[in-house]
Design a protein around this ligand. Sequence first.
Ligand code: NAP
Ligand code: ZN
Length: 349
Amino acid sequence: MTKAISYAAVSAKEKLAPFQFERREVGAKDIQIEILFCGVCHSDLHTARNEWQNSVYPVIPGHEIVGRVTSVGADVKAFKVGDLAGVGCLVDSCGVCEDCKDGLEQYCDQEVFTYNSPDKHTGKMTYGGYSNQIVVDEHFVLHISEKLDLAAVAPLLCAGITTYSPLKHWKVGPGSKVGVVGLGGLGHMAVKLAHAMGAHVVLFTTSSNKVADAKRLGADEVVISKNPDEMKAHLKSFDFILNTVAAAHNLDVFTELLKRDGTMCLNGVPEHAHPSPNIGSLIFKRRQIAGSLIGGIKETQEMLDFCAKHNITSDIEVIAIQDVNEAYERMIKGDVKYRFVIDMATLKD
Ligand code: NAP
Ligand code: ZN
């Protein structure tokens, strides 16, 4: 075991604070990474505060991890010391089920998340990226382009793949009219990615001060979702809507904007259930509400390569780790432009 330092939540009510722990020794298939930057996802906040009622403390959040390889096991082939490396939301899966064989490890019944999951190696829980180093099986480590701003790449490891995967699955491309609901970490990546895929992108926001940004990020149109007249103008017109909102809300106002056979995919996992859907608005147009969980490892690499090719990164605000609690408060208010990223150089013994 090697000593590691981090910021952790020790209970749902307490602020994150410095915490020491141990990482496992580097095994034959493992890669050890010095973490340079880690994005702050709304899932980190949901978990730190036990909003999903499954947190086991201490919780060390963080699953948008980028850094440099400091050690590799004897059987590691694809990485060497000094390489850039990324780790997203997954660090293990069974490797033999249908989902794993299909490269969809995120749907494996035995998937292991980067934090707050039972860790097969240590018998404890997994600990995430708000720390100085991590040890991960090579299969779950991603290659990162040297040509992009490293801090701004970090959010691609969750916000990027979580929006890329459904956009690809529902075949978004030239000719599609795509809605993105919520301009936060996930939403702003969805706008950038759907725009790069060639779709006509409409951003739905509750924040009138985000309109100009949404257009700069690639939205063709912006709708204030609280304004019924603006919403009505888009009735029955969307092929696909990606809903990234982190709180319970009425889904019907968005499903009504879908064409016949259109799909709204939910990415958000709010603390409380949505007060909908209205079945009538689904059956009369054969509309679908679906869900999507992050993306598989192969697809995550594909997304990173797509972003390198199209020069896509996240719009970020770099923070010191000491400011992470304040960042959480700002995230709840929707005051994020558009992802906080922790500079891990600020984490000291
Ligand atoms: P975020 O940065 O906080 O963005 C959420 C956005 O939702 C806000 O910026 C806001 O956009 C909108 N919103 C509208 N009403 C809201 C309200 N009452 N409270 C909070 N937000 C509201 O969050 P994120 O990191 O993008 O994550 C979004 C959700 O996806 C979270 O629930 C997270 O846990 C989940 N998630 C799911 C997956 C998956 O695999 N499915 C992966 C990662 C995250 P406007 O100001 O534009 O309205
Ligand atoms: Zn996330």
